[in-house]
Design a protein around this ligand. Sequence first.
Ligand SMILES: [Zn+2]
Ligand SMILES: [Zn+2]
Length: 413
Amino acid sequence: MDAAKIDIAKIDVAKIKSRALSLAEEMTRLRRHFHENPELPWQEMETSRLIASKLEELGLNPQIGVGDQPVGVVADLAGNASGPCVALRADIDAFAITEETDVPYKSCKPGVMHACGHDGHITMLLAAAKLLSEMKDQLPGRVRFIFQPAEEHGYRSGAQAMINDGVLEGVSSIAGMHLWSDIPSGKAQWRAGPTMASADGWKVVFKGKGGHGAAPHVAIDPTLAAAAFIFAVQTLVSRETNPLETVVVSVGKLESGRASNVIPELAEMVGTVRTFNRAVRDGIEERFQRMAEGVGATYRCKAETRYEGLYPYPVVNDAALTRLFRDTAVRVVGEENLGEAPLRMSSEDFSFYQAEIPGCFFFVGSGNEAKGCAAPHHSPHFNIDDDSLPTGVALLTSFACAMLGSKKGEIEG
Ligand SMILES: [Zn+2]
Ligand SMILES: [Zn+2]
């Protein structure tokens, strides 16, 4: 490898792949350990300690903690030249769901499970740190490893907290990835531009006047307003946003009343809004409020609304960086195993990093029907094919090398 500038044709992909494969057994053991010991968002203390100790074994100097929380780990690997600093990010949290698989390394904590594959993400980034450390004399710059807490939290994004802590200072580009169960193990996907949606959360409470179910005329029925609102809010999508834009408005929960013969005082709803376009997203909030108040007034109810950006930015992959990823990945997995990802309405707080610097978020297949690894993400039956780990490690490692050789603006095309 050229120490001054890495030409991606010169990255020794074959060697990276064979080193990644040689770590397969060790990675499987480690991944299963993380799986068995999941921790909720902002509670990843043990996970962070173990990550830090593995990084120390590589001779790195990891820092634990973000803000005043003792979770999350960052470590820098300095190469042999003062070139750019590029970052690789993995999320490390599990979330509140009870595992229903019967694997021997099933979660030891009822109600907490790695049901999104973040146990695999941690393991792969640690292995990539190992491979890159072995190559450090040939790296023309610095690689920052970001082990981020609380991707699943929603209201308190771990990514935003890490950015506030300065994790992107001096970083020219960032890569992240997600294992994906509907992509077969061994395959990978890229996508340029908008890739995953933004996610907002909303709540509407209609306040009426309780009364007897047999005398609705002396009560004010908030359930009626809620029913009308459920229909009306869909016209935000069909009548008020450009039909060429993708928007989803969903009601996730409706609560109103407890007895068959009582008109309740309140009807409460919560839901989500997803879209790929920041400008579209910004227009929804005001419309949403107007509609809730209007519908409420029509049925004599007061409407209280709360509208919150959970992941207010969509995941938007930098075009040049994604081209670089594609050109690198084709050498790692082969043309036949590399495809363009479909747009996904699910969300990722990797978008916060991309709002600051160019980033590329890609997908690595972890699905394997024969091994029982085909359940969707966030299912209590979710599991990943451990044989997908070396593929992810080879991709992360090769792409870090490629990014070091191609700062934003230097990439052809
Ligand atoms: Zn998830
Ligand atoms: Zn996830």
